[in-house]
Structures are given as C-alpha cells and as structure tokens.
Write a new protein. Structure first.
Length: 460
C-alpha cells in the first residue's frame, strides 16, 4: 500500500525503513499546510470547470479540505507512519474523509509545482510578518534617538575616537540600515509572487487544459512562470530571502556588538534593562547583556542558512532533484530565528538608559576636533595637505605633554596657528556638531527622524 506516499505503483518492494526516513519531510514541511490547501481548493475548482470533477466529488473534496484545515489548525491532524510529506498526508486524509473523490484531486498536478508554489506563498506571508518586526525595532531606535537627538557622543573609526556626533545620529544609523533590509525583503516578496509555478507539473506541464492564469490570480501571483522547467527548478526566490535575512542578522549583530561595548564598565555609557539582562551562576555582581550576545550568535545561523541553500543548488541539473528537499529547512530556520531575534532586540533597545554626562565628556576628548581646526585653516587659504600636517603635529605635541587640544592656552594656540584667531571656538564639541548641518550630518537628526517616520507611514 502507498497511503501517505504519492508514488509506488511500479515497485514490488516497500521502501527500506532508513531510506524512507531519509526522504521523509512531513515533520518540517507541515507548516506549509495553509498554502497547500489553498492551492488544492483552486485546483479542485479548475478541475470542476473543465468537467474533470463532477459537482458531488467537488463538494466532497472541498468539505474534506475544510476538515483537514480545521484539524491542522487545531493540531488534531493524525499523521501516519507512512506519510512521506505534507502532500501525501493531505491526500491520504482526504481519501479518508471524502472517499474515492479524494483520489481525483491529484490529476494535473505534481509535488514539484505544489511545493514551489507553497514555499513562495509561505515566504510572502513570512516577509510581511518580519518587516513588521523590523519596523518595531526601528521605532524603538527612533524613540531613543528622539530623546537623545542632541546628546553629544564620540563617533568612532577603527574603534578609535574620531569626531563628535550625537547619540540620536548614531542610533539612527542603525535604523537606516534596517530600512534597507525592509526594502530588500519587499523586493524579494515582489519577485516571489511574480511567477506562479502551478500547472508546470513535474517539469513539462500537463495536457488537461488548465487555465494557469486562474491559479495565479486566485493565489495572489501577478503572472504565470514563463518556462515550466524553470518553474519547478527555481529556488532563486528562497536564496534572495535568505540573503536579505542574513543581512538583517548582520545589522542586528552590529547593533548588539555596540550595546555590549557601551554597557561594559570600560565604556559605561548605557544600562540594559533587567528584563533583557542576565546574571552569572557564580559571580553575584554580574549584569550581562545576553540578548545582544545571543542575537550576535544567531547571526551565524542566518549566514549558514544562506550558504547551505547555495551549496545545495550549485550543482543541480534541471529540473527537479530530491536535493531540493533541503530548501525548506534553511528558510524555516531563518524565519524562526528572525522572529525570535527581532522582538527581543526591539524590547532591549526600548529599555536602554544612557549616561548623557559621561557621553558628553567622551565626545570632546582625544583630539576629536582636530579636523575642524584643519578645515578652518583651509578656509583661511592653507592647502589641506599642509593643514593636515600642521594640525597632526600639533596633536602630537599635545600627546607628548599629556593634554588635549582644548587644554592649550590662547597664547599657545595663537603661536602655533597664527592664521587663526578665536580658535577656541573651534574646540567646542557642541559647536562642531552644529556646524555639520548637511542633510546626512549629525545636526540633521530631527530631519532624519521625520524622513524615517514618513517612510514608516508609507510602508503601512
């Protein structure tokens, strides 16, 4: 008997137990059931339209699919040991509840075009959910940035203090990276739904006269796949999603890394809320930013999911190969990982409490205003190469004396930089930030916030 399997008629022996378990996928592809049943309903209607199902059989199949959907939604569906995959389990159960009519639904379809359609539809919905989760994290960053829009903080290159910016400006840098992630996911979603594979059959289409445009329209696809072989072999859409998901992970990891640095005793810039911190099993004093660390670790999974599918695809001839069974678990893992990580990061960001005084003290030191002095020399007619050398030598002199540029007296500054009068005004961190009022600069935080929130509204 082949109940729960959609093949077997030409074989005289049952599958080897180990071989069957190797190929069994129902334990993970079951999550595609809403999309599989949706495709089955559309297919039943098309078979009825063509006269390949009589009305009584169509009613029995439709009612049976409703029953199966209720059982799966309530986790009451009884899987059998012989159920190889979701498609086989559904057909087995459909025959049980709808009788002989249930066996008629398979006409004109293949697991190959079914799974290609199911996975596309699943990913389209998953992307909708994930972009909502990304938006929640962006909102948390924007809220913090609004409060700290004008708080001074050192900006870094090479993890060395570089120039003063504002905390709001720094936090919004992460929000804009996430905005690109939303764009990539939306682009991937558009391509996911631009080509319905249904009707491609195993690879060469079918001869029953199916109206493939009807499938596409009813399931939310914008068009029909142009080539039936490509339709069942294509997993570019899954790779696109995994690439976008991996970049989301990278951006979460970079944000998490900064929170870990900032919350360390050495920095002491921020405290993470209790609900998003943990302690030590041996050291009573510890307060660990574990959410940030765990998300940084989860990023490795997201990168691995992308590489896993790319390696699976790289050597496959057209069209369908059983290797493609390995397409779903990386996709599911990436979706599940981001569904965990994004809300946790959004919650953590919302609890961050920054030490504004400590940030301001750090913002002005370490020669952070040297560039402003060099650029003022340029305004006074000095070539930048010369200005760079002279201010660099001035900083070196300060280093030797163990002082900062701001600690030089007016007389010393006048002697060292005779072209400049009132140079002390250049050595004020607040003024330095205010001078940087370009569209993308740290003085434009409120403008950036309005722009970001307008993008949120447009997305809704």
């Amino acid at each position: 008997m082949t109940e729960g399997r959609l093949w077997g008629g030409r074989f005289t022996e049952q599958p080897d137990a180990a071989a069957f378990q190797l190929g069994r996928s129902v334990h993970f592809d079951v999550r595609l059931w809403p999309y599989d049943l949706a495709g089955s309903r559309v297919h039943a209607d098309e078979l009825l339209r063509l006269g390949l199902l009589i009305a009584d059989d169509h009613r029995a199949i439709t009612a049976g699919l409703d029953t199966i959907g209720e059982e799966l939604a309530a986790a009451r569906f009884a899987f059998a040991d012989g159920d190889e995959d979701l498609h086989g389990a559904v057909e087995r159960r459909l025959i049980e509840v709808a009788g002989e009519a249930g066996g008629r639904l398979r006409a004109g379809r293949s697991r190959n075009d079914q799974i290609a359609s199911d996975l596309r539809l699943y990913l389209a919905d998953a992307i909708d959910d994930l972009t909502g989760d990304i938006r929640a994290l962006q909102e948390a960053l924007a809220t913090q940035a609004e409060v700290a829009a004008d708080w001074l903080v050192p900006g870094y290159t090479h993890l060395q203090r570089a120039q003063p910016v504002t905390l709001g400006h720094h936090l919004l840098a992460h929000a804009w990276a996430l905005q690109r992630d939303c764009g990539r996911l939306r682009d991937a979603r558009r391509r996911i739904l631009d080509a319905s594979p249904l009707g491609a059959g195993a690879l060469a289409g079918v001869t029953l006269g199916l109206d493939l445009a009807r499938y596409a329209e009813r399931l939310g696809f914008t068009d029909v796949a142009a080539n039936s072989m490509d339709a069942v072999a294509d997993r570019d859409f899954a790779v696109e999603f995994l690439a976008a998901a991996a970049l989301v992970g990278v951006h979460l990891s970079r944000l998490g890394e900064e929170v870990m640095l900032w919350s360390s005793t050495e920095f002491g810039w921020v405290t993470v809320g209790d609900a998003f911190s943990t302690g030590s099993s041996i050291m009573p004093q510890k307060r660990n930013p574990d959410v940030a660390e765990l998300v940084r670790g989860k990023t490795g999974r997201l990168l691995g999911d992308l590489v896993s599918l790319l390696v699976t695809l790289k050597g496959l001839p057209l069209t369908y190969n059983r290797d493609l069974q390995e397409d779903k678990e990386p996709v599911f893992d990436a979706v599940d990982t981001l569904r965990l990580a994004l809300p946790a990061m959004a919650g953590m960001v919302a609890t961050l409490r920054f030490d504004g005084e400590r940030l301001a003290l750090a913002a002005a030191g370490g020669g952070a205003l040297a560039t402003d002095v060099a650029e003022e020399l340029v305004r006074r007619g000095v070539a930048f190469r010369v200005a760079h050398e002279r201010v660099g030598a001035l900083v070196a002199t300060c280093d030797e004396r163990g002082i900062d540029l701001r600690d030089l007296t007016s007389a010393e500054l006048a002697a060292l930089l005779p072209e400049l009068d009132g140079v002390e005004a250049l050595l004020d961190a607040r003024a330095a930030v205010t001078r940087r009022d370009t569209v993308s600069g740290p003085a434009a935080v409120h403008r950036q916030l309005r722009q970001l929130r307008a993008a949120f509204q447009a997305a809704r």
